[in-house]
Every structure is written in structure tokens, then in C-alpha cells.
Design a binder for this molecule. Structure first.
Ligand SMILES: Nc1ncnc2c1ncn2[C@@H]1O[C@H](COP(=O)(O)OP(=O)(O)O)[C@@H](O)[C@H]1O
Ligand SMILES: [Mg+2]
Length: 317
């Protein structure tokens, strides 16, 4: 069996808008090994959620391949698609809006099992709900609670249990801790990492917060306006960020000190260009301190500058 669980080649998702084609995901090539985590980072609106949804085929792609265990998800037949729905799951940012407020914990967790008839008997489903609650650290006494009776951390544990209900191989975690108090974020991150160790899960972990992604990710992909501008193993990316945008993102991580003031040149300046009918060349050019004329006259490709470290920037061409 190959080490790679899921990979994309030239993946694109364009939305038609009244102003033109919005390039939400543009020519993205990612690869995630079995049992590992790819962190996907970038500012709000850069296409992270769209990428996650396209991978799970919650949205249809515009172009490109999504190979899951070597087979193109886009070409799955109906039966293969049902299997894929079980094997690839999503955990959402806001557990409050992603779960039905009128369903109890038990109903929420058992719903996917009912839908896919994986545990046809009610008694089996009930056993499975208790097992999953234990797995995610939710006390049994909450089994008949409604979401509003639970705090954000416990609600996110329901989201995790629900994602696990069908024994998936792959989970897209879309900003799963961004809506939580900092004190609770670490608990949920630890839970996700423990589950990965126990079950060999493969994650795509989406976040706009680089400080969150460092420890959980094996590899990190940096998106800017739909394009992947840099990809590297997590340690390498934090030690040797090369793309000017990645450098700026890393400098923007808050330092926990009242004496620290961000240096003037650490702040990313300039306007974000529009993802609608983008001009050729580097999309970060308008904000880049190193911009040169050649940055905007041709399409940039990711280039491997050291082992497994890829950058799309004219500084490295
Ligand atoms: N259904 C849609 N129709 C049109 N544009 C969309 C749609 N969904 C997302 N977009 C646009 O695609 C871009 C990427 O959005 P999104 O993937 O949500 O970014 P992120 O998750 O990184 O914040 C944004 O410009 C957003 O406005
Ligand atoms: Mg998003």
C-alpha cells in the first residue's frame, strides 16, 4: 500500500460571480501521507474551506484530480461515492452552527450511522454512541443533553464523535478550535492528536492561526488567494520560511509579552488583490516587499528548493 492517502493534481474550484470567475482554489497540488496531518494555512478568504469541501466532494471541482488511495474521487461511481462519504469526514469550526440545536448528543452522534445503515440495530447504535462519547471524553451523563446545555469544548467533542462514527480514514478539520477559548483549544488539539495515534487517522487541518498548526502538522501548505505559495515539513517551514508571504505570516504570530510591539515592517501592507479574474503572475506581488517586474509577467510554479520544501516565488526561479 502506498504511503499517500490523498493527493491532488492541478485542483481548481472557480465560482461564477456577477463580476467574473472567482478563483477560490487554483492549481493546488497537495499530498497527505497515511496517518499524517497536512496543515493548511492562510488568511480568511484564501480558499481553505473551499479546498476542504472540494476534497470531500461536498463541492464539485472545476478541474483537476483528487486521488484517494490512488483513485480519482471525481470519477467515483455511486457505490464508490457512498464508501467515500464514510471514509472522508469533516469537523467544522463552529460546533454550534454545525450541529442541529434540536437534536440530543445521542441523536447527533448516531445520525450518520442511521443514514449509512452501518449499525442497523438501535441497541448497537446506542452502544456505539457510548463508546464514541468515551473516546472523545464526553461524560455519559450528557447523552440526552442538547447542544445549548454544553460549553464550546464539549460541543466540539460531539463534532469529533460524529466525524468518527463511521470509522473514517480521512478527516478535514476546518478551523476546529478557532471558535474556542484558548484554554480549551489545547484540549481539543490533544484529543485530535491522540485519536490520530490510536486510529491512524489522516488529517487536513485548516487554520488561519499558524501558532495552532505547528505541533499538529507534519507538513504545512500556505495558501494565498487560492494558490499554494509554499509547502514544507512543519519544522522546516517554521525554521526556514522562504516565501515573503509565509515570512510575513510567521512574524504576525502574537508574542505573549506586554513589552513586545510588532515592528513596523512586520505588518503585511497593501491591499489583498481580488480573486475574481486574477491577473497573471504572483498574487502576493501587490503586497510583497521584494516585488520585481518579472513577478507579474508569468505564471509561477512551486519549485523544490530543498528536500520536500516547495516555494512559488521569482526569488527562487
Ligand atoms: N459558494 C460560493 N460562491 C461564490 N464565492 C464563494 C463561495 N464560497 C466561497 N467563495 C469565495 O471563495 C473564496 C474562498 O473562500 P473560503 O474557501 O471560504 O476561504 P477561507 O476558508 O480560507 O476563509 C472567497 O473569496 C469566498 O468569498
Ligand atoms: Mg474557512
Amino acid at each position: 500500500m502506498s504511503d499517500i492517502l490523498i493527493e491532488t493534481h492541478g485542483l481548481k474550484k472557480y465560482f461564477k460571480t456577477p463580476r467574473g470567475l472567482l478563483h477560490a482554489v487554483d492549481n493546488v497540488n497537495i499530498r497527505i501521507n497515511r496517518g499524517q496531518t497536512l496543515g493548511v494555512v492562510g488568511e480568511s478568504g484564501c480558499g481553505k474551506s473551499t479546498l476542504g469541501r472540494v476534497l470531500l466532494r461536498l463541492l464539485e471541482s472545476t478541474e483537476g484530480e483528487i486521488l484517494f488511495e490512488g483513485k480519482d474521487v471525481v470519477k467515483y461511481n455511486k457505490h464508490e461515492m457512498i464508501e467515500y462519504r464514510k471514509q472522508a469526514q469533516m469537523i467544522f469550526q463552529d460546533p454550534y452552527s454545525s450541529i442541529n440545536p434540536r437534536m440530543t448528543v445521542s441523536q447527533t452522534i448516531s445520525e450518520p450511522m442511521e443514514h449509512f445503515h452501518t449499525f442497523p440495530s438501535k441497541a448497537d447504535r446506542e452502544d456505539r454512541v457510548y463508546e464514541l462519547m468515551e473516546t472523545v471524553g464526553l461524560a455519559e451523563r450528557f447523552v440526552n443533553a442538547f447542544p445549548h446545555e454544553l460549553d464550546g469544548g464539549r460541543r466540539q467533542r460531539i463534532g469529533v464523535a460524529r466525524a468518527l462514527a463511521l470509522n473514517p480514514k480521512f478527516i478535514v478539520c476546518d478551523e476546529p478550535v478557532s471558535a474556542l477559548d484558548v484554554s480549551i483549544q489545547a484540549q481539543i488539539l490533544n484529543l485530535l492528536m491522540d485519536l490520530q495515534d490510536d486510529k491512524g487517522l489522516t488529517y487536513m487541518f485548516i487554520t488561519h492561526d499558524l501558532s495552532v498548526v505547528k505541533h499538529i502538522s507534519d507538513e504545512i501548505a500556505v495558501l494565498y488567494l487560492g494558490e499554494c505559495v509554499e509547502r514544507a515539513p512543519s519544522n522546516e517551514l517554521f525554521l526556514h520560511p522562504e516565501h515573503p508571504y509565509t515570512k510575513a505570516l510567521l512574524k504576525a504570530i502574537p508574542v505573549p509579552s506586554i513589552h513586545h510591539k510588532m515592528a513596523e515592517d512586520d505588518i503585511i501592507k497593501g491591499e489583498v488583490t481580488s480573486p475574481v479574474n486574477p491577473k497573471p503572475g504572483c498574487r502576493f506581488a501587490a503586497r510583497c516587499p521584494y516585488v520585481k517586474p518579472e513577478c507579474t509577467d508569468h505564471q509561477l510554479q512551486l519549485k523544490e528548493i530543498s528536500k520536500d520544501h516547495f516555494v512559488a516565488c521569482t526569488l527562487f526561479e
